[in-house]
Design a binder for this molecule. Structure first.
Ligand code: FAD
Length: 518
């Protein structure tokens, strides 16, 4: 007999993992071994536009975890399965082959995954295997923070106010650390069924998702795998000062000169988080998306920093502001659960479904490749293309530019982001895109169009961000870097803007005001 913990792409850690902790406690109680199962599903990755970088990051983390679990005599068994429609049956037959009595897993809130898990539960129950699904991804699980009438919030601010009061009324329930798993007896290694699982390896690649050599080296140095690496990154954010971006460095964001700012990154976060020319944010998103670090652990770290028993999510401090960002993550998971249409390519605001989009491959390619002739947009797109990550303000700028200046369908951008990002996450990515396209919950009002040039001056006042990612412009100093003249652009071999902001602004206003019309 055995207890199985089914690990998924979003919970790649051993510590503070609720389903794993509960599975371990159950195995100890029943006196049976704990087995960890991971199913690679290439068809799901394809269907959900998973980036090669995210898949590579998953495998790297699995390899590290296999070694750690091995020390606890817990086998991590990784299998690859296609087609995805038969995945529930495959999981069940694996459970049967392990004589599993109890199955534990953390919820995945995406629609396909919920449907898949419902089927697994149905099949498991038929066979007398007890399934148990646990909330682990969010600080407060979807469904708890609702209006007085029990309805979901569709505006962030009241959600956040309710979120913080519920959280602070129940601090232990929401952020207590889940205990680490206990070791299986050594004898599990001699078991004819479980023993061989120890010698199975985590595959080094998933077919169709291999990273190029150069990209792999870059990802390895920028985003080291493992919970310890994530904790080090969190600690850097909590305790050290931001650095200037540095041209040509392996990690351009972290190796420049330390800023004269007296406060640590988190304490300065309130004032500096929108700056792209300095390493001002935590850069934990790849680790939070993959669950390599626990979001509860991040909240606990802010409480330790402040020496408080309550969580601070106030707007007036860096720490509070950062916790608010974590609340955005919960907010978008709620939206996904309550309004699954957003994950089916539908706008949240149904009336926006008829907006007339341009079809222009040349513009789309220029945007993707960072050749639009708008320096801040090009710098940001080149950042995501090389680093697999982009600063939040830049994500907003390039998203707004795609939907409003180029008038290209936001779903094209949403998809391209998923294909490039190492932190690609359906709920947050869709939320960010629909916010920018003014089609989502609590969106940017359609008439509040970003001017990319003024945004550029605010987000990159030194111009270092642009100089770092757009080397053609590295000789430029002063305000000219944000909007070089045609003469300068031609001389430096940099493209002229593919659209004129003032002109296309009117087109966007017209089409948003009257969806369906030219
Ligand atoms: P920090 O500023 O240090 O914030 C800490 C954490 O809070 C982040 O790691 C993230 O988990 C969460 N967070 C911060 N801002 C947001 C937000 N606006 N929405 C949801 N969660 C947030 N985030 C992703 O994790 N995956 C995505 O695929 C993704 N796509 C986006 C697409 C667009 C168009 C936009 C506008 C935003 C997107 N975001 C996404 C949100 C945000 O840009 C990133 O989470 C953030 O830039 C990550 O950097 P950081 O870890 O340094 O963030």
């Amino acid at each position: 007999l055995s207890v199985v913990y089914w690990m998924r792409m979003g919970d790649l850690r051993i510590s503070d993992n609720r389903a794993l902790a509960q599975a371990s406690a159950q195995a100890a109680k029943d006196g049976v071994p704990l087995i960890v199962l991971f199913v690679i599903s290439p068809q799901d990755y394809l269907a959900h536009d998973r980036s090669k970088r995210r898949i590579d990051f998953t495998l790297r983390n699995l390899i590290l975890m296999k070694a750690s679990l091995d020390l606890l005599n817990i086998p991590l068994y990784t299998v690859s399965h296609t087609p995805r429609c038969t995945l529930p049956g495959r999981v069940i037959s694996l459970l049967q082959s392990f004589s599993c009595t109890r199955l534990f897993a953390n919820f995945e809130y995406e629609l396909d995954e919920l449907r898949r898990d419902r089927e697994v539960c149905r099949l498991a129950n038929e066979l007398g295997i007890k399934p148990m699904f646990v909330h682990d991804r969010c600080i407060i699980e979807p469904g708890v923070v609702t209006t007085k009438e029990g309805k979901p919030y569709t505006v962030y601010s009241p959600f956040q106010r309710s979120w913080i009061s519920i959280l602070n009324a129940n601090v232990p329930r929401f952020i207590e650390e889940a205990p680490p798993p206990s070791a299986n007896p050594h004898s599990v290694r001699d078991n004819p069924i479980f023993g061989p699982l120890f010698s199975t390896a985590v595959p080094l690649i998933v077919e169709g998702f291999q990273l190029g050599e150069e990209d792999q080296t870059t990802m390895l140095s920028l985003w080291p795998e493992g919970t310890q690496a994530a904790k080090d990154i969190l600690s850097r954010f909590l305790h050290t000062k931001s650095r200037a971006i540095q041209l040509g460095a392996a990690d351009p964001l972290a190796l420049g000169a330390e800023h004269s700012e007296k406060r640590s990154r988190i304490n300065a976060y309130n004032d500096s988080r929108d700056r792209g020319d300095r390493d001002t944010t935590s850069r934990l998103s790849p680790y939070l998306s993959a669950g390599v670090i626990s979001v509860r652990g991040c909240v606990r770290a802010t409480m330790r920093l402040l020496g408080t028993q309550k969580v601070n999510a106030g707007r007036d401090s860096g720490v509070g502001r950062w916790v608010q960002e974590l609340a955005w993550r919960d907010f978008y998971s709620n939206v996904l659960v309550y309004f699954p249409r957003v994950s089916m390519g539908r706008p949240f605001q149904e009336k926006m479904a008829n907006i007339k989009w341009e079809v222009d491959e040349a513009h789309l390619s220029a945007w993707k490749e960072g050749r639009t002739g708008v320096p801040i947009v090009d710098a940001a797109m080149r950042q995501v293309n090389t680093m697999g990550w982009m600063h939040n303000r830049m994500r907003m700028i390039v998203a707004m530019f795609l939907c409003k200046d180029l008038m290209l369908d936001w779903r094209l951008g949403e998809r391209y982001f998923m294909e490039q990002l190492i932190d690609g996450d359906l709920a947050s990515n869709n939320g960010g895109w629909q916010w920018s396209a003014s089609t989502g919950v609590d969106p940017a009002p359609y008439f509040r169009l970003f001017n990319p040039y003024t945004q550029s001056a605010k987000a990159d006042p030194t111009g270092d961000y642009i100089r770092c990612f757009v080397p053609e412009l590295k000789s430029l100093r002063g305000p000219e870097i944000h909007n070089p003249s045609a003469k300068v652009a031609d001389k430096l071999g940099y493209p002229r803007p593919i659209v004129e902001h003032a002109a296309v602004r009117e087109r966007a206003l017209r089409r948003y005001k009257n969806p369906g019309q030219e």
